[in-house]
Design a protein around this ligand. Structure first.
Ligand SMILES: [Cu+2]
Length: 127
């Protein structure tokens, strides 16, 4: 094997590894902590499942969800559970305000607005 062939092979191996790593990350196979942004949309108090966008947010274990209030009314976020990690509650989130929650457990949490009730609903899946 000539040294040219040797370098060509090394080079191919590196390129192949890079492509593999990029594909794996794109497929979400590496569980990286991350942040998911959820918008409380304009007119949210009448929108039910559409009050939050995305309505179903998937976040990695150890990641955070940040709700941003893009409406003109104050809202709050209440986890729909009596105990455990899904039993959380924000203060009132004023227009343009945010609320951040970190999830350190693999769970599915339903939530609603503490001010407008289940007329505003959303779900988070932590995996
Ligand atoms: Cu609300």
């Amino acid at each position: 094997m000539s040294s040219d062939d040797y370098f060509r092979r090394q080079y191919s191996a590196i390129i192949f590894s890079c492509i593999l790593i990029i594909s794996l990350s794109a497929c979400d196979l590496f569980p990286n902590p991350q942040q998911k942004d959820i918008s409380i949309v304009l007119g949210a108090s009448d929108l039910g499942d559409a009050a939050f966008f995305p309505n179903l947010a998937v976040v990695h274990f150890g990641g955070s969800v940040v709700w941003k209030n893009n409406d003109k009314l104050t809202h709050s976020i209440v986890g729909d559970a009596k105990h455990g990690i899904c039993a959380f509650k924000s203060d009132g989130i004023a227009p343009r305000g945010t609320f951040k929650k970190t999830f350190s457990k693999r769970v599915t949490c339903d939530y609603y607005c503490g001010i407008h009730g289940r007329a505003m609903r959303g779900r988070i899946i932590v995996r």
